[in-house]
Design a protein around this ligand. Structure first.
Ligand SMILES: Nc1ncnc2c1ncn2[C@@H]1O[C@H](COP(=O)(O)OP(=O)(O)OP(=O)(O)O)[C@@H](O)[C@H]1O
Length: 624
């Protein structure tokens, strides 16, 4: 209390105080053991990675001429003894002297790996070979073991005539350890875990094999378990693209995803500046499915599997790709919020986006026909990218395609070129007419085509969002669904069609329809349209309908999603039936006529169903 008081006084007098924060090992140790990793199975990844590091270091020392002995068959062996309740990770790597144990193991967070790299930094150009970094991984053993034993012998011992024996270190998870000489003939290390009662689930062959398959599948040194090598030490992403054939890429894809359809194409990533990253991204066939499998990209760090949750490392729209990314520059032992803010991760994101856009652009330029054939599969993905990533859109706008109802593909530039003469409205805006359902909107599509208008198909789940996003980005371009209005209004050229009905008659006709239809959701208008159009057309205003489509896709309860849909009922003043309705004396006949033409309009848009449809059919039969 007094000390605090003094410090306070010092501070108030403007003097500064410096000191050393002290850590009590017995308090911090349990935290490291229990909370270092949320997933306990990670212990095996850490110990196997250490063993791999030990063999890689020896290989490097041999290459520098610092180790002249026999390297032998460098490998790591994981063994299980169910009776003794132990799991042992053995390697024939560099081993440790008793002094090294004191330095590397007894000092938590002192990494021998980092020290090794520092010492040989001028000699090695293969820094990527060493995995360790933080000097914490070894302690993850205590997440599952009540006692850990290390029996090791350094490559130096014996070789230089020094002490022949190895060293044995034992610790029961308290802050005390025991270090004694050990009789060990061979160079290398055994880490023996005496599994704690609450972790006996790991004393199981299948479980261990599963963990190794997950984390050690592509480690660069042979890993043996239960008499078998469980890994592929040279996965293709570590090789040069020029050394690989299409078949190699496809074979690797099958290795990663045994049950999947063949991928469409792939990108081999390879950067070493300003960050390190290798990998292969595959484009799967996704069709029209937005809720695709998202956890298909695997993240590795120096061939050690880290996670398949690549959310912050890969841009969101690229999450539907499959494959692997390997980068030692992605911080792994840190929290997610840190990952989001990490400058390397941001650069990686930007790099991947650029590579993917370039690849697509190359494919488009190299073989337009093949690109069009793939567009049904990659369109969803390109559009998702275009609307969620500005930089991607900048590139994608030259190869994203519009497909019309006749099956012809256009880029935006080509489309404008082809249709601007006929489809530019009085505001000098190109109107792109579209349909979302080829069958249901057939009547509208046909009407539009009769007038020489083109209609594109936007039937992908992403399209309502895509249209909405690019409408802002494209200049002087608007999108309207074919049933959003009458054709005169869809492409409004400012020309007024002549009406055969007088204004009074039009008002009367409107009132008659309003009386019969009697619904607040319907807005009736009477307009002069060509005589070959239907007597009544039902239209759905573009904005509200689009907002509703977008909220349906998002699956959320939104403001627009909850609004009732409003329909416009447009009566064609120039259709002979309009005159006939006005001239009909009998109220019943007139009502029946109105009902009939309205139902026909509903029918042509697949909106007539249930009791209304039954009544319509009965009424129609009676008039025949
Ligand atoms: N099997 C082994 N053979 C030789 N040395 C080892 C072995 N296992 C651990 N060591 C030594 O102990 C040190 C500490 O290991 P630890 O796993 O705690 O940290 P690290 O591997 O350096 O970093 P990380 O926390 O990233 O795993 C290592 O750097 C290495 O020098």
């Amino acid at each position: 209390m007094e000390a605090v008081q003094n410090e306070k006084d010092g501070a108030t007098r403007g003097e500064s105080t410096r000191g050393q924060i002290s850590i009590h090992t017995e308090n911090i140790f349990p935290i490291i053991k229990k909370f270092l990793y949320s997933d306990h199975e990670i212990f095996l990844r850490e110990l196997v990675s250490n063993a791999v590091d030990a063999t890689q270091k020896l290989r490097q020392l041999a290459s520098f001429g610092e180790f002249g002995g026999e390297l032998g068959d460098l490998k790591v062996t994981v063994s299980l003894n169910e009776e003794a309740k132990t799991i042992t990770v053995s390697d024939n790597g560099i081993g440790m002297t008793a002094d090294e144990i004191k330095k590397y193991i007894n000092q938590i967070a002192f990494s021998g790996a980092t020290e090794f790299l520092e010492k040989y930094k001028d000699k090695t150009d293969d820094k990527g070979a060493i995995i360790g970094h933080f000097g914490l991984g070894f302690y993850s053993a205590f997440m599952v073991a009540e006692k850990v034993e290390i029996v090791t012998k350094s490559y130096r011992e014996g070789a230089n005539g020094a002490d022949q024996s190895g060293a044995r270190w034992v610790c029961d998870g308290s802050t005390e350890f025991e270090l004694t000489p050990a009789d060990r003939a061979e160079r290398g290390t055994d880490v023996i875990l005496h599994i704690a009662p609450d972790s006996e689930e790991f004393l199981n062959k299948g479980r261990l094999r599963g963990i190794l398959d997950k984390y050690a599948r592509f480690l660069p040194v042979s890993i043996e378990f239960d008499g078998e090598v469980v890994n592929n030490t040279t996965p293709i992403w570590t090789k040069a693209p020029s050394d690989l054939s299409d078949e190699d890429y496809k074979t690797f894809y099958r290795e990663l995803y045994p049950m999947s359809e063949e991928p469409l194409f792939w990108i081999h990533l390879n950067v070493d500046y300003p960050f390190n990253l290798t990998g292969i991204l595959y484009f799967p066939r996704v069709k029209n499915e937005l809720r695709f499998q998202r956890e298909k990209i695997q993240l590795y760090s120096r061939q050690v599997f880290i996670t398949d949750e690549v959310k912050d490392v890969v841009p969101d729209f690229l999450m539907m790709l499959h494959g692997v990314i390997d980068s030692p520059d992605i911080p792994l032992n840190v929290s997610r919020s840190f990952l989001q803010a990490d400058a390397n991760v941001k650069k990686i994101n930007g790099y991947i986006t650029r590579k993917v856009a370039d690849k697509l652009s190359d494919l488009f330029k190299a073989d337009r026909k093949a690109f069009e054939e793939k567009f049904d599969d990659i369109g969803l993905f390109i559009k998702y990218g275009a609307l969620s990533d500005e930089k991607f859109w900048e590139k994608a706008k030259s190869f994203v395609l519009l497909k019309n109802t006749e099956g012809t593909y256009y880029t935006f530039d080509e489309y404008r070129e082809q249709y601007q003469v006929n489809q530019t409205d009085k505001n000098d805006t190109l109107v792109i007419l579209y349909a979302t359902d080829r069958k249901q909107q057939d009547a509208y599509i046909e009407s539009a085509r009769r007038r020489g208008y083109d209609v594109v198909l936007f039937d992908n789940v992403i399209d309502p969002h895509f249209i909405n996003s690019i409408e802002y980005k494209l200049e002087k371009t608007t999108f309207k669904r074919v049933d959003a209005d009458t054709l005169d209004k869809l492409v409004d050229k400012g020309l007024n069609s002549e009406s055969v009905l007088s204004e009074d008659d039009r008002t009367k006709l409107k009132e008659l329809f309003e009386q019969v239809l009697d619904s607040k959701a319907l807005t009736v208008s009477v307009e002069a349209q060509p005589t070959d159009e239907l007597p009544v057309t039902i239209t759905q205003p573009e904005f509200l309908r689009r907002m509703k489509d977008m909220s349906t896709l998002a699956g959320e309860q939104s403001f627009y999603g909850n609004l009732p849909m409003n329909y416009n009922v447009v009566v064609n003043a120039n259709h002979p039936l309009a005159g006939k309705i006005l001239a009909t004396e009998s109220e019943d006949t007139r009502k029946a006529l109105i009902k009939q033409v309205y139902d026909l309009a509903l029918l042509s848009q697949n909106m007539l169903s249930g009791a209304d449809l039954t009544a319509f059919v009965r009424r129609t039969v009676e008039t025949l």
